[in-house]
Design a protein around this ligand. Structure first.
Ligand code: FES
Length: 163
């Protein structure tokens, strides 16, 4: 049996132990990282299917916590929290500004794959609402201006290829 098979079986066993419960997502992501050393797109898609969760939610959670190592070569990920506190404090407006600037919708990536825009729910930092994460760096009390500037910075000052 290959090493890859063993890893997949171990992960499957962990998900089964949690009865494929959506609420076990964090534990499963931890387990997956422990087994694989990092989380890549394929693995996150696999977990989202097994736990019957939308991929955008699984990617959102994985990108929010800095202890998860993501393997997404050349790609930058922006995750907006749209939990109640963040929503009330204007997170949706910030998301709209990003969508407008980069001509993408939440849950999508730019055609050149450089920028993905994801959404997550409350991540327990409500006192710092609205929170937006750019490549694992959380921007607390975020504003449109600060977030757009940060995204521009991580993209190397260049706009991504538009459609
Ligand atoms: S609602 Fe965004 S951190 Fe709680």
């Amino acid at each position: 049996m290959s090493k890859e098979d063993n890893r997949r079986i171990t992960l499957e066993k962990a998900m089964k132990e949690h009865d494929y419960q959506e609420s076990a997502l964090l534990e499963i992501l931890h387990k997956a990282q422990g087994i694989y050393g990092y989380l890549d797109k394929e693995l996150l898609m696999d977990i989202s299917q097994s736990l019957n969760l939308p991929p955008s939610h699984v990617f959102g959670v994985a990108t929010f916590y800095s202890f998860f190592k993501l393997k997404s070569p050349g790609q930058h990920i922006v995750t907006g929290c749209l939990g109640t506190a963040c929503y009330v404090k204007g997170a949706d407006e910030i998301m709209q500004a990003i969508e407008h600037e980069y001509d993408i919708k939440r849950g999508e990536s730019t055609p050149d794959g450089k920028l993905s825009l994801l959404v997550t729910r409350c991540i327990g930092a409500c006192a710092m609402a609205p929170t937006i994460v750019v490549d694992n760096e959380m921007i607390a009390k975020a504003t449109k201006e600060v977030v757009l500037k940060k995204i521009k910075e991580v993209l190397g000052g260049k706009k991504t290829e538009s459609r």
